[in-house]
Design a protein around this ligand. Structure first.
Ligand SMILES: [Zn+2]
Length: 216
């Protein structure tokens, strides 16, 4: 059974959608360090304050703080998880591995969705995000009203998904996160799924890839 996995991949590769799909199938939570940081920010903790401060200048939260956050999450929630967008750097990857070794709960899979750059750029620039619930939708998911299909809120185009900023995030990904992909490939726990087509098509390919890894 797959109970410890992480989803890595470049912006707009569809990993968030597929992580949610696997979570619904298995009942195991999707966790993102970004969301954990926002909770700290709202709670006004020391870490939250620092995180807010850093985000103003576009600086990433230091690796050791991210790892501390992950460790305390595992202490509270247990050893089943699907991480989305963590680890982001090779240093985080190695520290995470040590942490899991210490707990005796090794990572089972790292999951990557292959989508050509041109398709991802097209997805990112057409995607709209709900101002109320924060969910992002492709044009095909938005009805005639133009409101959020989930909560009815107003949809906006997220600035950071568009054009130049997308390319900047891509560049960051290649520089910092590609080594993470290579690391898990070398370890033999990386699975790569063709991420083109609609979410259902991707989920069914993903399901058969998981079958080959012992099933869910
Ligand atoms: Zn909404």
């Amino acid at each position: 059974m797959i109970e410890r996995a992480l989803f890595i991949g470049p912006p707009a590769c569809g990993k968030g959608t597929q992580a949610a799909w696997l979570s619904a199938k298995t009942g195991i939570s999707v966790v993102s360090t970004g969301r954990m940081l926002r909770i700290e920010e709202r709670a006004g903790t020391e870490l939250g304050k620092l995180s807010l401060e850093l985000s103003k200048t576009g600086t990433l939260v230091p690796d050791e703080m991210v790892i501390g956050l992950v460790e305390s999450w595992l202490d509270t929630h247990g050893d089943q998880f699907f991480f989305d967008g963590f680890p982001r750097t090779l240093a985080q990857t190695k520290a995470f591995e040590k942490l899991l070794e210490k707990r005796g709960t090794p990572l089972q899979l790292a999951i990557l969705f292959d989508v050509p750059d041109s398709v991802r750029l097209e997805r990112a620039t057409s995607r709209q995000t709900c101002r109320d619930c924060g969910k992002a939708f492709p044009p095909s998911a938005v009805g005639e009203s133009g409101d959020c299909p989930k909560c009815g809120g107003a949809l906006i185009r997220r600035i950071d998904d568009v054009g130049d900023v997308f390319r900047l995030r891509m560049e960051q990904y290649s520089r910092m996160t590609q080594p993470v992909v290579d690391y898990y490939r070398d370890k033999g726990i990386l699975i790569e799924v063709d991420g083109t087509g609609n979410p259902d098509e991707v989920s069914s390919r993903f399901a058969s890839a998981l079958e080959h890894c012992g099933g869910i």
